[in-house]
Write a protein that binds this ligand. Structure first.
Ligand SMILES: [Zn+2]
Length: 323
């Protein structure tokens, strides 16, 4: 566990999505629910403590759009006189770093926040951002998951309902457009993919797509089956991201190197399809999960994609669950 935990802490893209991977690795694969719970609870504290001292790095993209890395998932910021608009809220304890970084991008207050989905590392900052004036917009399923006790089986963990100020007040279940700061903003629900409440956000003039956790740049993704995610949904979402992008589009992933493009996204999609096919063939041939993990169906991709907390055995398990 020590090595794995240090590895976790040495990277800046911590997320709750990753907790059970660490727990999984610690025991060579399998944990009792009680062990997993203890590990998960410990890691929540670790992730929070670590985010509290992690720097936030800003990358200027195009037009008045910037991406911030260092507080959970990658955060997009649109600036201008209508007030800042954020895509995702990061982890609450990063408030001091985020406040400083945001004020460095211009004097206007945060007026809008869009959640790409309900996970902690994307929505934990909702409460403080709402308290400074952000109207929160999300998919109706995101509001539902933030409002209720939410159990995530793969973490054996129950999340408590969010405080009132953190609950999105504007809900969508179909495409929706906004015009703010001279920019056309388009929000589009995916079919269930990483969760059942994923949204993409595009900034039209700047040609930028934030794909939320339907896209992890250069690392195996978490897939949350507890709230409607699936490997096949991830592949469908990847195809829709590819269809929405040109070679000029800047693509922001939920996790991984925050400034990406269509060719990197295509590599992610092709990796998902190849591993899905290999795992499905093994499962169809009657292999158990343990036998499937032992057959190393991800081997061809591990050097490139398996170096982060969703490691090859855990990703194999996530794919096996959905085929
Ligand atoms: Zn997520």
């Amino acid at each position: 566990m020590g090595l794995r935990r240090n590895q976790l802490l040495s990277r800046r893209h911590f997320c709750l999505c990753c907790m059970s991977s660490a727990a999984f690795a610690a025991t060579g694969g399998w944990l009792t629910p009680r062990q997993a719970f203890a590990e998960a609870r410990g890691l929540v504290t670790l992730i929070k403590d670590s985010a509290a001292s992690s720097p936030v790095t800003a990358y200027k993209l195009r037009g008045n759009v910037t991406v911030l890395e260092g507080s959970g998932g990658n955060i997009a910021v649109l600036t201008g006189p209508d007030g800042k608009l954020l895509v995702d809220a990061g982890i609450g304890v990063s408030r001091p770093q985020l406040t400083k970084t945001l004020s460095g991008l211009g004097p206007d207050p945060v007026a809008h926040l869009i959640n790409t989905h309900w996970h902690f590392d994307h929505a934990d900052g909702n409460e403080w951002l709402h308290s400074v004036g952000a109207k929160i917009i999300a998919h109706e399923n995101t509001r539902k998951h933030l409002s209720e006790i939410q159990r995530v089986e793969d973490w054996d963990y129950n999340f408590l309902p969010s405080p009132a100020g953190a609950i999105p007040s504007e809900i969508l279940s179909a495409n929706r457009s906004l015009k703010l700061n001279g920019t056309s903003i388009e929000m589009k629900p995916y079919k269930p993919a990483h969760t059942d409440g994923d949204l993409s956000v595009t900034f039209g003039e700047a040609d930028i797509l934030h794909a939320g956790d339907t896209y992890w740049n250069g690392i195996y993704p978490f897939i949350d089956y507890s709230t409607g995610g699936s490997i096949d949904g991830m592949i469908v979402a990847s195809d829709s991201n590819l269809a929405a992008a040109t070679d000029n589009t800047i693509i922001i992933p939920g996790h991984g190197k925050p400034v990406s493009n269509k060719s990197e996204l295509k590599a992610f999609r092709d990796m998902l399809v190849d591993i899905r096919d290999k795992v499905a063939a093994l499962k169809k041939a009657g292999r158990t999960l343990e036998e499937t993990v032992a057959a190393k169906p991800t081997a061809a991709h591990d050097a490139k994609w398996g170096q982060f907390v969703i490691d090859p055995p855990f990703f194999t398990k996530l794919v096996y669950e959905g085929v």
